[in-house]
Design a protein around this ligand. Structure first.
Ligand code: SAM
Length: 252
């Protein structure tokens, strides 16, 4: 059972306090995600419709490779590449996907693969849109610093062919809750709003004992500001996809 409680608010912010990688919780990541955190089957059905066949596709923030593993099974004509800066997430990804998928341990802000792709997508990171309860949208970025965020938009844009699509997932708002996972581990998340950011604590417990935890700081951008920032980097908003699970941008 999920227990939603109120979100906390504090007034301090120091980017240096946050590492923002997923290394300390990678061993619990798939259990948490595949227990229903995201509906990957539905997301990948839509991605399968959106991604061109016989194409090269880059996933930014590939994590443990859940999306690519599903997409490869749906259509083997695409060549996938993944980028992530959490080494232990990539280790799990490599184990799953083998040598067919090239994986790069890179921070997207510094990305320079020397190639362009037919499509780039993100599910849950580095960027995604949040659909709020009043149906307004905000962009959530895993990169808390605005200049570095903009630098990352440019880096991603430079890896897309002209006219190619950047596809970003949409998810619901974050709440505080606690939940028992299928392996008996208790997952708790605590959200604290800080100025235009929010801090998210991921806590995994065996009874009362904390087994693993992680704290990340994410930046929230209002919808219109986000659309302008993408445009500055040469990425024009096109539409939501038919399933309303993705924002689609086109490389100008
Ligand atoms: C919530 S996970 C999503 C993983 C995967 N896309 C999925 O759907 O399961 C976010 C991932 O983005 C990665 N990430 C966050 N910021 C990044 C950055 N600046 N450069 C590269 N990877 C980043 C994290 O390491 C993490 O693996």
């Amino acid at each position: 059972m999920k227990l939603a409680t109120n979100i906390n608010y504090v007034n301090k912010l120091n980017f240096e306090d946050y590492k923002n990688t997923y290394d300390s919780i990678s061993s619990h990541y798939d259990t948490l995600m595949l227990d229903g955190y995201y509906d990957y089957d539905s997301l990948c059905d839509s991605l399968n419709n959106l991604l061109p066949i016989n194409s090269t596709i880059l996933e930014i923030g590939v994590g443990t490779g859940i999306n690519i593993e599903k997409l490869v099974k749906k259509n083997s004509s695409r060549k996938f590449v993944g980028v992530d800066y959490s080494n232990s997430m990539l280790e799990i990804c490599k184990f799953k996907l083998g040598s067919e998928v090239n994986l790069y341990n890179e921070d997207v802000a510094e990305l320079n693969l020397g190639k362009t792709y037919d499509s780039i997508f993100c599910v849950g990171g580095v960027w995604y849109f949040i659909r709020n309860d009043n149906d307004s949208f905000q962009l959530c970025s895993h990169i808390p610093d605005d200049n570095r965020n903009l630098q990352s938009f440019h880096a991603v844009s430079s890896h897309l062919k002209k006219g190619a699509k950047l596809i970003l997932s949409i998810q619901g708002p974050h709440n505080n809750y606690s939940n028992t996972l299928s392996n008996g581990v208790i997952y708790q998340q605590i959200i604290t709003k800080i100025e235009n950011h929010f801090e998210k604590k991921y806590i995994f417990k065996d009874g009362d004992n904390v087994i693993n935890s992680q704290v990340c700081l994410y930046r929230l951008h209002e919808h219109d500001d986000a659309i302008k920032m993408f445009k500055k980097a040469g990425l024009e908003f096109v539409s939501l996809d038919e399933s309303n699970q993705f924002f689609i941008f086109k490389k100008l």
